[in-house]
Unconditional design. Structure first.
Length: 167
């Protein structure tokens, strides 16, 4: 697979992840765990990170998120996790997702790009799954930024391309 294409994919996917990270970092503590806020801020961040991790997995079979996270996000009843995950826990999960996304893009081959990824209603080639995942991250990062703007009259700035992370 062409290095230029991989670089473009990472720069934009990484920018979406950086946008999400900025929204997590900017959230004031009183808003983070506010159980009356619907949707709950922390949960939007968790949901986004869970699916980022899942969609950058080679297969849905055998997928397990890192501790302390569970597969409850896949529960068809839509139940929230039992506890509010802390910013530190979700920032660690974000780093996990960033490393996994970067490695998946760097290791992408032409053959793998054509491989099918099917889970539930998702049925895409692995190559199409990358921008799909990126759009999902950006969608929820924008949702978090809107909540921040409404609640604090401030929100993080636009991220043009992925920051240089030494990870």
């Amino acid at each position: 697979m062409d290095k230029s294409l991989k670089s473009i994919l990472w720069n934009q996917c990484g920018a979406a992840i950086d946008t999400l990270e900025n929204a997590i970092l900017e959230c004031p503590e009183q808003l983070w765990g506010d159980r009356s806020q619907q949707p709950e801020y922390w949960y939007i961040a968790y949901h986004t990170l869970f699916w980022l991790d899942f969609y950058f997995s080679d297969s849905h079979e055998g997928f397990t998120p890192p501790a302390p996270f569970t597969l409850c996000e896949m529960d068809p009843a839509g139940l929230l996790p039992e506890k509010v995950y802390s910013k530190a826990e979700l920032l660690d999960y974000l780093q996990h997702g960033r490393r996994k996304a970067r490695a998946a893009i760097e290791n992408l081959t032409f053959e793998k790009s054509l491989k099918n990824f099917k889970f539930g209603s998702t049925d895409l080639s692995y190559l199409e799954l990358i921008p799909y995942n990126m759009r999902h991250v950006q969608h929820h990062a924008a949702q978090l930024n809107l909540i921040l703007r409404q609640k604090t009259n401030s929100a993080p700035r636009w991220v043009f391309r992925a920051k240089n992370h030494n990870q």
